[in-house]
Design a protein around this ligand. Sequence first.
Ligand SMILES: CC(=O)[C@@H](O)[C@H](O)COP(=O)(O)O
Ligand SMILES: NCC(=O)COP(=O)(O)O
Length: 243
Amino acid sequence: MTPGRLRLGVNIDHVATIRNARGGDHPDPVRAAQIVAACGGDGITAHLREDRRHIRDEDLARIQAATDLPLNLEMAATDEMLAIALRHKPHAACIVPERREERTTEGGLDAAGQHNRLVPIVSALADAGIRVSLFIAPDERQIEAAMRLRAPVVELHTGEYAHAEGDQVAVELRRLADMSALAAKNGIEPHAGHGLTYDNVQPIAAIPQLAELNIGHYLIGEAIFCGLEPAVLRMRELMDAAR
Ligand SMILES: CC(=O)[C@@H](O)[C@H](O)COP(=O)(O)O
Ligand SMILES: NCC(=O)COP(=O)(O)O
């Protein structure tokens, strides 16, 4: 299989984290979205958390108005988030697990265990023309659950890979490669993200079935030192070189 161009979605949540630290409106995640659009990013990802610790409701419409890039809204499977997604109609909605007290999204969505809860949410999003993605661990049971839910996209959680050490890195990479292949074989477009950096992105970018990576925290951190545009361009360069 000849891999196509891998899309880069930039998660701008942590621009909002810095903004919110002082309660004002600087730095504005909208400005980050515009820079990503200007330097060839393929999409914007934003996670509207239940506790609004970074992205806030009003940011969504502002991001959508400010760029033509597709917005991938990360959301928990709640009635509140569903109503917000239906109001804003982002290009894509990625359903993520969420626990209020967690520091970050610690694992994948239990699409298998929450099938009944997810059915009406996935179908309401799909009926509204929103591309549904499920943020799942690279696990066969979860891919099968995504198939039963008729999700067109899964985003494989790369956190375990990003945190692995020694021999475990290859084990996690194999799992991501196998589950990307399984998803693609069953007509689901595989994406990946979480914890990706300049140092660990290339083996992931080399997985031929992957269509998109979503990367945020590291890029925003690097942007502090070199600027957002150079950070995005460097990531793009590494991804292209790996294909
Ligand atoms: C789902 C995911 O991986 C991202 O949305 C990430 O979670 C954003 O950062 P926080 O986890 O810090 O909210
Ligand atoms: N879904 C993963 C994402 O959007 C970015 O995760 P991270 O790079 O901020 O860890």
